[in-house]
Every structure is written in structure tokens, then in C-alpha cells.
Design a protein around this ligand. Structure first.
Ligand SMILES: *Cc1c(COP(=O)(O)O)cnc(C)c1O
Length: 383
């Protein structure tokens, strides 16, 4: 697909071409580990499926096409496997600056696994630009941003982070999972690597686990491709097919997620039993202007604090009929999550308190149902 198509057209056609032998319009699932060679080392470009597989190749081509500014992409078995591949380019003694309310699993990967290889992770509040500037040194190899963040929906200035990264020779990594490729294009704002947990919006149907890295530089791609090949955290051809099927509706799904989330955010903001609503699309959001500048839509994630005690929270959760109590996000069905006890249970308690993740906070992943049904469900559960 040429890049001058609109994104909703690109996602429908990305990566796939009719299969040459049969004309099959969808890329087949090439369930094979190895490939027959004509003579030693003489083959059709595939020798072993950890290295290359035709279904994954279509998957990675599609990833390149859907993330604006990308020239290359790599698919992984999960979002965290994709993150791990980035960390595996580092050396002992390197430093990484991370936003303090990074996804819980990312924080765990850093604190529990990679910190023991003497990589220094500095968790800072990235809405404080001067703090990031002060923390960055020539030893800083990565600046790791998530925006909007989870679950407090802070918006981080990707352009400014890119300038700080460049000033110390570090790479800027942006986890773009919450915004999806539809609403935010970090590579066009100076990011070096974009991450997606394809498990979320890209997959969109709560039926697969996957991860992706997109870059705009051939040498960086080659470095990461080597890690993918040498460490082997690749998705199966079946998952690659699931991905190719999923992204065709990514454009219309994101439009509906964002439309519904705006309606729900406004409803909650005006409800007497709700204290704070965190959604970058609300004018009351402290970084609304920045969100408007760097996102073309506000996506489908929001959080809020319920008034009352923890018992009131439990009652509210019990009464919900459409919203399912579950971890994860970005699927077509609406979910509710209790960050303190679920997704963010692995975040150190002190940090959780500092971030404002308390017993009364709930996070909603707004699905693509009819928004009037979502409002009715919330209304009866709040009553
Ligand atoms: C889920 C998630 C991840 C991890 O992805 P997995 O596919 O679960 O490994 C990373 N970052 C963000 C923002 C996520 O929501």
C-alpha cells in the first residue's frame, strides 16, 4: 500500500497481497518450521521459521504500513517480549529513564529482571520536563515514554522528550499501545522506536497475545532483528494471521472506541458519585492542549475515582452488567479494572500512592457497543 492512502484504507490492505499460486486473497498460515533447499544455502529466502516465515513477513510488512513514519517493523510473541528485545540491545552499566506510571508489567520487567544485569532504571514524572533534563546524562541510553499513561492518563510531550534524548545521545522509545497507530504517530515526533502490545487495540478482540516494534532506521532495525532471531521471541504463524485479520477493522474500531469514551467521560464527569475523571479528551484534563496537539483522537481508555468507601466500589462492580471485570484493554467489549488490586498490584505501594492509584480508582476500557447501553449500565450501577 502506498503511504498516501488514508489510514482507514491502509489498515484494510496492509501487508497482504493475493497469494501467487492460488490467488487466495488472505495470506495463508504457513505452519512450517523449515524449508527445503535446492543446494546448501540455496533457497527461496526462508530457511527456518524463527528467522523468517511468510505469514510473519506479511504481518511485519503490515506493521510497517500502519505506523506512520515507520520504515521497518518486527513482530513478537507479546508486548513484553518486544520490550525485552529493546533491553537486550543494552549493556551492563547503561541507564534508562522511564516514566513513573509506566505499564505495571513493564515496570516489573525492568525492576525484577533487567535491573539484576546492572542496568539502572530511573522512574521519573515526565510531566516535569526539567526533572527529565536533570536526570539525563551521557550514560542514559534510552528514554522510555508511555503516553497517555496508565491508569492516570498523563500525557507526555513526545517532541520535548525526543529533544532531551538527542541532547544526550539516547534513543527515545514510545509505548504507543493506548493511542494505537490510528491516533498517535511518535516516529513523526522524533521517537526512535515505537512499541505496541498488539494484544490490545491492534488485536482488538481479546483473543491473542502479541507485540510489535516499529522503527524509522535501517541500522536500528538490523540490530533489533538480530535480537528477534537470536533470542527467538517470535509469534506463531497462526498469531500473525490473527493479526492480519484484526487490523482490517482497526480504523473503524478506534473511531467508535473514542466516540464512546468521550460520551462516557462526560457522563461520569457530571455524576455526583464520581470524584475525578481522567480522560485526555476532557477540557478539565490538565494536559488537554498537549493531548490535542499530539493525538488525532483521544482513544478509548479512561479512569475515575468513585466517591465512598471500598465497599461502595465492590457494590458498583457487582452491579455492572455490560462491563466485565477483567485485566487487559482495547477489545471490542467494554471492561472495568481495579488498578490497585489488579493491573498495578506489582507497582511498589509507595509509588502507587504517589501516583494517586487508590482503592477508589477504576479504569474503563470502553468497547464499541452502543454508547447509550454503556451509559445505562453505568447509571444503574451508580444508583
Ligand atoms: C499490555 C501492555 C503491555 C504488555 O503487552 P503484553 O502483550 O501483555 O505482553 C505493554 N504496554 C502497555 C501500555 C500495555 O497495555
Amino acid at each position: 500500500m502506498s503511504s498516501d492512502h488514508k489510514i482507514k484504507t491502509t489498515v484494510v490492505h496492509a501487508g497482504t497481497e493475493p497469494e501467487p499460486r492460488t490467488g487466495a486473497i488472505m495470506t495463508p498460515i504457513f505452519l512450517t518450521s523449515t524449508y527445503v533447499q535446492e543446494a546448501p544455502g540455496v533457497h527461496k529466502g526462508y530457511d527456518y521459521s524463527r528467522a523468517d516465515n511468510p505469514t510473519r513477513e506479511a504481518h511485519e510488512k503490515a506493521l510497517t504500513q500502519i505506523e506512520r513514519g515507520a520504515t521497518h517493523a518486527l513482530a513478537f510473541a507479546s508486548g513484553l517480549a518486544a520490550e525485552q528485545a529493546i533491553l537486550q540491545t543494552l549493556n551492563s552499566g547503561d541507564r534508562v529513564i522511564v516514566c513513573d506510571d509506566v505499564y505495571g508489567g513493564t515496570g516489573r520487567l525492568f525492576r525484577r529482571l533487567f535491573a539484576k544485569y546492572n542496568i539502572d532504571f530511573q522512574f521519573v514524572d515526565m510531566s516535569d520536563i526539567n526533572l527529565v533534563k536533570k536526570t539525563a546524562t551521557p550514560n542514559t541510553k534510552l528514554i522510555w515514554v508511555e503516553s497517555p499513561t496508565n491508569p492516570t492518563m498523563k500525557v507526555i510531550d513526545i517532541g520535548v522528550m525526543s529533544q532531551i534524548a538527542k541532547s544526550v545521545g539516547a534513543r527515545l522509545v514510545v509505548d504507543n499501545t493506548f493511542a494505537s497507530p490510528i491516533f498517535q504517530s511518535p516516529l513523526l515526533m522524533g521517537a526512535d522506536i515505537v512499541i505496541h502490545s498488539s494484544t490490545k487495540y491492534i488485536g482488538g478482540h481479546s483473543d491473542m497475545i502479541g507485540g510489535a516494534l516499529m522503527v524509522a532506521d535501517k541500522a536500528l532495525f538490523t540490530e533489533l532483528k538480530f535480537v528477534q532471531f537470536a533470542a527467538g521471541a517470535v509469534p506463531s504463524p497462526f498469531e500473525s494471521f490473527m493479526f492480519l485479520r484484526s487490523i482490517k477493522t482497526l480504523g473503524i474500531r478506534m473511531e467508535q472506541h473514542a466516540k464512546n469514551a468521550m460520551v462516557v467521560a462526560e457522563f461520569l464527569e457530571n455524576h455526583p458519585k464520581v470524584k475525578n475523571v481522567f480522560y485526555p479528551g476532557l477540557k478539565s484534563h490538565p494536559q488537554y492542549e498537549l493531548a490535542k496537539k499530539q493525538m488525532s483522537g483521544f482513544s478509548g481508555m479512561l479512569s475515575f475515582d468513585l466517591k465512598g468507601d471500598y465497599d461502595a466500589v465492590l457494590k458498583f462492580l457487582k452491579k455492572l452488567k455490560i462491563f466485565a471485570l477483567a485485566e487487559s484493554l482495547g477489545g471490542v467489549e467494554s471492561l472495568v479494572n481495579h488498578p490497585e488490586k489488579m493491573t498495578h498490584a506489582s507497582v511498589p505501594e509507595e509509588l502507587r500512592k504517589k501516583l494517586g492509584i487508590g482503592p477508589n480508582m477504576l479504569r474503563l476500557s470502553i468497547g464499541i457497543e452502543d454508547s447509550s447501553d454503556l451509559i445505562a449500565d453505568l447509571m444503574q450501577a451508580l444508583s
